[in-house]
Design a protein around this ligand. Structure first.
Ligand SMILES: Cc1ncc(COP(=O)(O)O)c(C=O)c1O
Length: 484
């Protein structure tokens, strides 16, 4: 609570309910503080429900608080939510794997576990301008076509390339929603689904929430292990593989050229779909060579259901993405989307279109690309210098994170992989840096302890250096207690 807010709060009794408080200017003069301090203090009291602010009119004392409603008895829900006896596989909804990268860290804690670029890497001005222009477009608040704005579908189709057309693209509300639709469209509850190991916990959470059984297929620095894929389809009877061919989360691996046709061929032979989660195509580092096309660009038979999203290169709130598919599955995807959520709000679609069509867009992507490379280089150099015992099997040329294996000795010091991870993440938080433990990225027993370090969510390379220093202190505390 700021000092000014505290003083104002003590004075509130002087005013009647609904009575007007002194103007901001009067408060500035009386307390000799800046206008920003005044507006922050008023906002704080407003957030507590003590003050109501009306733009242009001023601030007023809020009315008396209503007594809280008596707490009801919600225990009946425990029975209702568990009464799924008829289901083969219980559907569990566990948001923890997702909230890790969405929640803001406590004040003062450096965010090495964020899933989105720091606001200073977001095209904030271009997005604001795009939103303003979008709002002025005729019919901006009308209903959009259910599949999405045609020009936006066209833009996504062009970005995928190959023979993909706008008619094969549906606009969705971010990658997460597109993945949810794809999983539900392709596999019934109880069915197995092949997933990369390790993989994005948010996708595992979606699969489990849909009642699916994720079956892991290992990933190496060349992407998903195609030598194990055919057997995995055969052994499980799965009809779906979820795969991130480009800058895989968390390993950063890119599917090797020789494996691309294999993945499609093996899936086709198994009569299975490949969900291609192309989530960070635009987060390529400036020293990367030319990017491989999405698998969907080389897929005449409609094996691939492609997911591409704008969020990672813009803001988590620009929840606009594309689902692209060929054949009857497209209608199934469309039907699920419409039933679940009707359509993506038109103003957001219009704003996305304005943004990607503006001259600021290619400029932003170039800046982002250079900044991500600089941050990756800083983080890898600092880790090599201060934490050489953490193993970095692969330095990615795109995306926003590094995937590190804990040293073998760590397990001996504090127990098996998960315990070492848990001890390290807790110690890191105490030392002032939030890191993502590896366990949620594995759908079955992990082969070793890991951590994922994101370099995009912090404010600067200086924070990366400081974060690695704090992580060093945490490692010393956990793995070499004697030296502490
Ligand atoms: C691999 C992967 N896919 C999809 C998503 C979903 O992102 P969004 O819904 O913001 O597009 C994420 C977010 O972290 C991710 O890591």
């Amino acid at each position: 609570m700021s000092e000014l807010a505290e003083r104002l709060r003590r004075e509130l009794d002087r005013y009647s309910y609904g009575g007007k408080l002194p103007s901001s200017r009067a408060l500035v003069e009386r307390f000799r503080v800046s206008p920003v301090t005044v507006s922050r203090a008023l906002a704080q009291l407003a957030a507590e429900g003590l003050v109501v602010t009306r733009p242009g009119a001023g601030a007023f004392r809020a009315g008396p608080r209503a007594a809280p409603a008596p707490a009801g008895d919600t225990s009946w829900q425990e029975v209702a939510l568990s009464a799924d006896g008829a289901e083969l596989v219980p559907r569990t909804v566990d948001a923890s794997g997702v909230t890790v990268s969405l929640a803001a860290p406590p004040p003062g804690v450096l965010e090495f576990n964020g899933g989105y670029p720091h606001p200073c890497l977001q095209p904030e001005r271009a997005m604001a301008a795009a939103l303003a222009r979008a709002g002025r477009r005729p019919g901006a608040w009308g209903r959009p076509p259910l599949e999405g704005l045609p020009e936006l579908r066209e833009w996504f189709a062009r970005g995928i390339g190959g023979a993909v057309t706008a008619a094969e693209v549906l606009i969705a509300a971010g990658g997460q929603s597109a993945l949810a639709t794809a999983l539900r469209a392709l596999a019934p509850p109880g069915a197995p689904v092949l997933v990369e190991s390790p993989t994005y916990p948010g996708m595992l959470a979606l699969a489990r929430a849909a009642g699916l059984r994720p079956v892991p297929v290992p990933v190496d620095p060349d992407g998903v292990r195609t030598d194990l894929l055919a057997d995995a389809f055969r052994a499980t009877g799965a009809r779906v593989l979820v795969c991130q061919p480009l800058f895989q989360n968390p390993t950063g691996a890119v599917l090797a050229p020789g494996r691309r046709a294999e993945v499609l061929g093996i899936a086709r032979a198994a009569g299975a779909f490949v969900v291609e989660d192309d989530f960070v195509r635009r987060l390529v580092h400036s020293d990367s060579g030319p990017l491989p096309r999405p698998l969907a660009a080389d897929d005449p038979d409609g094996v691939v259901v492609h997911v591409g999203s704008l969020t990672k290169a813009t803001s988590p709130s620009l929840r606009v993405s594309a689902l692209a598919a060929r054949g009857p599955v497209l209608e199934r995807l469309r039907a699920i989307q419409v039933v679940d959520s009707f359509f993506v709000p038109r103003p957001l679609q219009e704003a996305a279109l304005e943004l990607v069509g503006s001259p600021a867009w290619p400029r932003h992507l170039r800046t982002l690309s250079a900044e991500l490379k600089a941050r990756r280089d800083t983080m890898t150099a600092e880790l090599a210098r201060r934490l050489p015992e953490l193993v970095l099997p692969h330095v990615p040329s795109g995306g926003y994170h590094l995937w590190l294996r804990l040293p073998d000795g760590a397990a001996r010091a504090v127990g098996a992989g998960p315990e070492a991870e848990a001890a390290l993440t807790a110690a890191a938080l105490r030392a002032g840096v939030a890191v993502a433990p590896g366990r949620p990225y594995f759908s079955a027993e992990p082969p070793a302890g890991h951590v994922r370090l994101s370099f995009a969510a912090v404010a600067s390379t200086g924070e990366i250096t400081e974060g690695v220093r704090r992580l060093r202190a945490a490692c010393d505390e956990v793995f070499r207690p004697g030296r502490h």
